[in-house]
Design a protein around this ligand. Structure first.
Ligand SMILES: [Zn+2]
Length: 344
């Protein structure tokens, strides 16, 4: 089968690899119909040291179950399923608490242990706990939006939940990538009255406005902080969704939260330390968030997609075939595309 393998920064190849197959009795084998390139795939694309074996990329997918292990109870061949970026058993203490990314038997796709989903097929561990059957056909027009349940829509929602977005509150979204744009959708969906997007790419800003952003701040650093305060009676916002993960964006996120506010972080932090410890302390700003347990949110978000209430699939603004994956990485890295969908 074909798979996307990254060997070093900027070196992505589509290669023939041994077929994915069942290993554990709790596995499912899924033929991928749709996959994505993720903003988080761009970090290794910028920085990865050369590896002889390479890394099998991809953690977002929809596909058709082809085979299941002897212990799988809830899935059968022919089921169309969405795959969260982390696998989880659905039964441990953390899964019961809705934190499937900390599952004691869990893990992540596209790592050394579990191959990625930018491939013709993928082995899904803990299939019963991980996969969710979709009540649509493979060629349904909603497929791009359903695909975002793998990661970006659930991640934007997690940022909003961690930032305590609620009816009548003010919110700001730091970052105009796919997750930030989904964060705008999530903030509106949860009832935020004012939603400020911090970003500067005209096409992304336009989409953010369509998703519900009420204000745009394109400045950076201290100027951005001033602008947000100007828009919020000088105090800052109740809820900040930090969707980037760089020192500057984390600093901005904390500085634009009003006293007693909250920052929900979903941008993968690129530094060991977190900035703005003292402002966060003196303003009683709570900072939480982390890898989004997107599996926990699928049941909640799925009906809104099926009913057309939200259209997160609009962030997928380029569609390619698997063989074009290397150019898909380049296009996202060059910011030609917000997010790339791979159709099989
Ligand atoms: Zn678990």
């Amino acid at each position: 089968m074909r798979a996307t393998v990254m060997y070093a920064a900027g070196d992505v190849r589509v290669e023939n690899v041994p077929d994915a197959s069942l290993v554990e009795p709790t596995d499912a084998l899924v033929r991928v119909t749709h996959a994505c390139i993720c903003g988080s795939d761009l970090w290794p694309y910028k920085t990865m040291e050369r590896s002889d074996t390479g890394r099998h990329m991809g953690h977002e997918a929809i596909g058709m179950v082809e085979d299941v292990g002897a212990d799988v109870r809830t899935l059968k061949p022919g089921d169309l399923v969405v795959m969260p970026f982390a696998f989880s058993d659905g039964t441990c203490v953390f899964c019961h608490e809705g934190l499937q990314t900390s599952c004691v038997h869990g893990g992540f796709f596209g790592t050394e242990d579990v191959a990625g989903a930018q491939a013709d097929a993928v082995r899904v561990p803990q299939a019963d706990g991980t996969l969710v059957v979709l009540p649509v056909d493979e060629d349904d027009a909603l497929m791009p939006s359903l695909l975002t349940l793998s990661d970006v829509m659930g991640t934007g929602h997690h940022a909003a939940v961690a930032a305590h977005v609620g009816p009548g509150k003010t919110a700001a979204v730091v970052g105009d990538g796919a997750v930030g744009l989904c964060g705008v959708i999530a903030a509106k969906r949860l009832g935020a009255e004012q939603i400020i997007i911090l970003g500067r790419h005209p096409d992304r800003i336009a989409l953010a406005r369509e998703f519900g952003a009420t204000d745009v701040v394109s400045e950076r650093g201290e100027e951005a902080i001033e602008r947000v305060r100007d828009l919020t009676d000088g105090f800052g916002v109740h809820s900040v969704l930090e969707c980037v993960g760089l020192e500057q964006s984390e600093l901005t996120a904390i500085e634009i939260a009003r006293p007693g506010g909250a920052v929900g972080r979903v941008g993968v932090p690129q530094d060991e330390t977190m900035p703005a410890s003292q402002p966060a302390f003196y303003d009683n700003v709570s900072v939480s968030g982390g890898p989004a347990p997107v599996r926990a949110y699928i049941e909640e978000l799925l009906p809104d997609i099926l009913e057309g209430q939200i259209e997160p699939g609009r962030v997928l603004d380029r569609v390619i075939g698997l063989d074009e994956a290397p150019d898909g990485y380049r296009a996202m890295n060059d910011r030609e595309a917000i997010k790339v969908m791979i159709e099989f």
